[in-house]
Write a protein that binds this ligand. Structure first.
Ligand SMILES: [Zn+2]
Length: 360
């Protein structure tokens, strides 16, 4: 038990047995023996291990009950096995803290995600994907307008959203996983907000569409279509762009991006999907975007102007402070849950280092 926690801590920190041995002044073999529970580290060694991994010693004694299943990675290049292991260990660690917090604070929100009722059993066209996206919006009472903070909304619906810094140098966008009834969506922390939102909506697409997509429809493409339809419903896109266009101005796309949190490139795709642009006209946009530069990159890779603000989960940190206010937990437990040094937590409590986003 202790051994597997030591291993988890090491993997999340991205260290080899040898690195850890050097850092704490022991052999790699000794560390390996701790991890296999062959020998037990002294409390002094444990303290040094905690320091090396950047965790609190309580980390080693937390009950680890989290098993991740149905993991679906969204990535454009392959993550190395080490990066994948780090990302998954990080998710496990954060999920454990979530579950512990939920056992302390009384619930005032749905703890488990449920699919909207009366979804079609079979999704055999992109029109049906559009209809399903509308159904989810209706079930979540989102109306047809722009969705402000998508993470807040998903958390209200019982999805746990985790931002991870372990994105393998931006090779990984997101993943969806389940664990003992918890539904988790993980997003890379470093992406701009519009990219994070698309990933969140894409992963939501997997949750909603999985097992329904007809064999001749590609699930990845269906989830992309779901994501754009969820972010910008068809009727709104046609109202804003018109039913047929021969060119979309960059400034127009830039304003729409900031209003709806869908990238400029995403808007062109959306317009093509809805036949507002013909395929040939959409191609002219791609060629134009490829020819325009933002720094060293083309507009295909990096869009011009201000990036859309990053998304940030707030609920977890709010609940920690609520538990602290009601004396359900003490300061050291709060610091452990937030993975903050105690001094930092105290500074935030005194509002010396206020943090409105809750991102930590
Ligand atoms: Zn996917």
């Amino acid at each position: 038990m202790l051994g597997s926690r030591i291993k988890q801590g090491r993997v999340v920190a991205g260290l080899s047995l040898r690195d850890v041995g050097l850092a704490v002044g022991l052999s790699a073999m000794a560390i390996s023996k701790y991890e296999r529970d062959v020998i037990k580290p002294s409390s002094e060694t444990l303290l040094r291990l905690a320091k090396t991994f950047g965790v609190r010693t309580e980390y080693f004694f937390r009950q680890s009950a989290v098993e991740l299943t149905e993991v679906e990675f969204r990535k454009h290049e392959k993550l190395s096995p080490q990066d994948e292991a780090r990302a998954l260990e990080d998710v496990r660690d954060r999920l454990e803290r979530w579950i512990e917090l939920e056992s302390i604070v009384p619930a005032s929100w749905p703890r488990t995600f449920a699919l909207p009722k009366r979804l079609p059993a079979k999704v055999d066209s992109y029109d049906v994907v559009e209809a399903v996206a509308d159904q989810v919006r209706a079930a979540w009472q989102l109306g047809t307008g722009p969705i402000g903070n998508l993470i807040d909304k998903m958390e209200e619906e019982g999805v746990k959203v985790i931002l991870t810094p372990h994105d393998g140098g931006k090779k990984f966008d997101g993943l969806v996983a389940k664990s003992n009834g918890h539904t988790v969506i993980v997003v890379g922390q470093e992406w701009p907000g519009d990219r994070q939102r698309f990933t969140l909506a894409h992963e939501l697409g997997h949750l909603v569409l999985h097992g329904r997509v007809a064999p001749d429809l590609d699930e990845e493409r269906a989830c992309n279509r779901f994501a754009s339809a969820f972010l910008v419903p068809k009727g709104e896109a046609i109202r804003l762009l018109g039913a047929s266009r021969s060119w979309l101005e960059p400034q127009e796309l830039y304003m729409l991006k900031h209003e709806w949190g869908l990238s400029m490139n995403g808007w062109v795709y959306r317009a093509q999907d809805l036949a507002i642009l013909t395929k040939a006209v959409a191609m002219r946009h791609w060629d134009f975007f490829a020819s325009q530069k933002e720094g060293a990159n083309s507009w295909r890779e990096k869009e011009p102007g201000e990036p859309y603000p990053k998304e940030c989960p707030r609920r977890f940190a709010q609940l920690v402070y609520r538990a602290l206010a009601e004396d359900l937990i003490g300061e050291s437990k709060a610091a452990e849950l937030l993975a903050l040094p105690l001094v930092e937590l105290r500074a935030r409590r005194r509002m010396d280092a206020p943090n409105a986003t809750g991102c930590y």
